[in-house]
Design a protein around this ligand. Structure first.
Ligand code: FAD
Length: 496
């Protein structure tokens, strides 16, 4: 007999709701705890998970296994090729081990909710209790409603309700109990039952040895690394967050999204620890940087709440129905130039090259790159949404879809469609000295001063360098692009 916790996107032992419940029950019943992690290559494929993200998860699982081992808790790992067989396999394992209770944390995408619903039924038929928990959001989806009893579709009032709810439900921010050691001899007994090794990266998600080394160094995995990263941010950077967050070369943001996405860090932990360093010891008020950062983590909850209420956004549909009919361009060379960072707009190219190299992109640059694809090139935002997911180490459906919806003006609480970012002005404002551009666009390193934002058009040395170094001229003319975008969006929205 034993209690099981199934790890998914919650690869940590601290502050983990389902795991703490599993531990409590095991203790109450005087039995041991077994943990499971299942890799389904087909599932990774279906969700467009990037190879660096798969690698990050595998590295995190390896570390998790070691931490659990110190507590005499076995972690059973298996590769189940087809995603539809994961449920069957879980039931089989629970039966094999004579387990009566299986816990996990909920994932909120429709496929995952359906899978959990099925598991509740399948397990019940075998007399097993399957108990999924809210954990991924700080405030569980469905908790907040407008005065009229509806789901919020605008962030600001939603955020005020989120803060108020947490002030009246402070336990939602409490740290969940850590697992304790399993009873003596338990692990040995179970380890004899199964042979389990951390699976390798599936072929479809392979990385070269150099890439593996690079990403391991750049993005240390596991919860200890996550907590270190968070602590460093909270002591060194958070106070200046509001003033510095929009400047990519300042490296001033938390850089914990990769941990929130893999669950090596709970959003709840981030919010609680940020609250605790605020002068007010509250989520709002106090130090501006801290209030601002918590409000940013709240965006993650917001997009999940939206996803749960309007699941059609997972089905390649824009949140705003009236934006379904925008006529997009079909231009493969333009899409390719965007992915390769060869659009001739230095800030866009720097952004896209930083993504290709680090599997990460600063938030301001995500907005600039997304706006450029959907508005300047007038290419379908869904192409960009997919491209980001397949390349980001912090790829996350709800946040990515929300960010693309915002930037392309088709999502929940978006930029108005007539606000078309001017890439040169964005560049001058947020990369004033051009440091970020020079770091990523090597053809322009010799260009001095402000000309780096727009090397072509005025002749002179900047243009000479750009040409000599083979930097492309703008693939689309700004004024033309802006007008085309306004026309197309207007016509699309007007059409039934
Ligand atoms: P910080 O500025 O330190 O913010 C703290 C945390 O708050 C982040 O780690 C993240 O979990 C959350 N957060 C911050 N901003 C947002 C936001 N706008 N939406 C949702 N959560 C937010 N974020 C992802 O985690 N995964 C994605 O796939 C993703 N795709 C995006 C695509 C586009 C087009 C845009 C505009 C934004 C996207 N974001 C995504 C949101 C945001 O860019 C990243 O969360 C942020 O850049 C991560 O860096 P950080 O940890 O230093 O953030």
């Amino acid at each position: 007999d034993a209690v099981v916790h199934w790890f998914k996107r919650d690869l940590r032992i601290r502050d983990n709701t389902a795991l703490s419940k599993a531990v409590l029950l095991a203790k109450e019943r005087g039995v041991g705890l077994i943990c499971i992690w299942i890799l389904s290559p087909q599932d990774w494929e279906a969700h467009l998970v990037s190879p660096p993200k798969c690698h990050f998860e595998i590295r995190s699982v390896e570390l998790l296994r070691k931490e659990l081992e110190d507590l005499d808790i076995p972690l059973y790992m298996e590769t189940v090729e087809e995603r539809k067989n994961v449920t069957k396999r879980l039931v089989e394992l629970a039966q094999e081990w004579n387990v009566k209770n299986v816990f996990c944390n909920l994932e909120y995408e429709p496929d995952e909710l359906r899978r959990e619903e099925r598991l509740v039924r399948l397990m019940l038929e075998k007399g097993i209790n399957f108990d999924p928990q809210h954990d991924d959001c700080v405030v569980p989806p469905g908790s907040l409603q407008t005065g009229g009893g509806k789901q919020y579709a605008v962030y600001s009032p939603w955020y005020r309700a989120w803060v108020a709810y947490l002030h009246t439900h402070p336990h939602l921010l409490d740290e969940r109990a850590m697992p304790e050691k399993n009873p003596p001899g338990f692990r040995e007994k179970f380890v004899r039952l199964f042979e389990s090794r951390v699976p390798n990266l599936p072929d479809s998600k392979s990385l070269t040895d150099e890439e593996k080394e690079k990403f391991s160094h750049m993005w240390p995995a596991g919860e200890a690394a996550a907590l270190d990263r968070l602590e460093h941010f909270l002591t060194e950077k958070i106070r200046k967050y509001t003033a510095t967050r929009n400047f990519p070369s300042k490296n001033s943001t938390g850089r914990v999204s990769v941990h929130h996405a893999a669950g090596t860090l709970a959003a709840r932990t981030s919010v609680r620890l940020a609250r605790d360093v605020n002068s007010t010891k509250k989520l709002d008020g106090g130090i501006d940087g801290i209030r601002g950062w918590i409000a940013e983590v709240a965006w993650r909850d917001f997009y999940r709440h939206v996803l749960v209420h309007w699941p059609y956004i997972c089905m390649h549909k824009p949140f705003k129905y009236e934006y379904t009919n925008i006529e997009w361009e079909y231009n493969e060379p333009h899409f390719l130039a965007w992915t390769q960072g060869r659009t001739g707009y230095p800030i866009v190219d720097a952004a896209m090259r930083s993504l290709a190299s680090t599997a990460y992109m600063h938030n301001r640059l995500r907005m600039i790159a997304a706006s450029f694809l959907s508005k300047h090139l007038l290419l379908d935002w869904r192409l960009g949404e997919q491209y980001f997911l397949t390349h980001l180490i912090d790829g996350d459906f709800a946040s990515n879809n929300g960010g693309w919806g915002f930037s392309a003006s088709v999502g929940v609480d978006p930029q108005p469609y007539f606000r078309v970012f001017n890439p040169w002005l964005q560049s001058e404002k947020f990369d004033e000295d051009g440091d970020f551009i020079r770091m990523w666009v090597e053809e322009l390193r010799e260009v001095e001063g402000k000309d780096v934002h727009r090397p072509y058009g005025k002749g002179g040395r900047a243009e000479e360098v750009a040409r000599r170094m083979g930097y492309p001229e703008p693939i689309v003319e700004h004024k033309f692009a802006r007008e085309r975008c306004l026309e197309r969006y207007k016509a699309g929205i007007g059409r039934d």
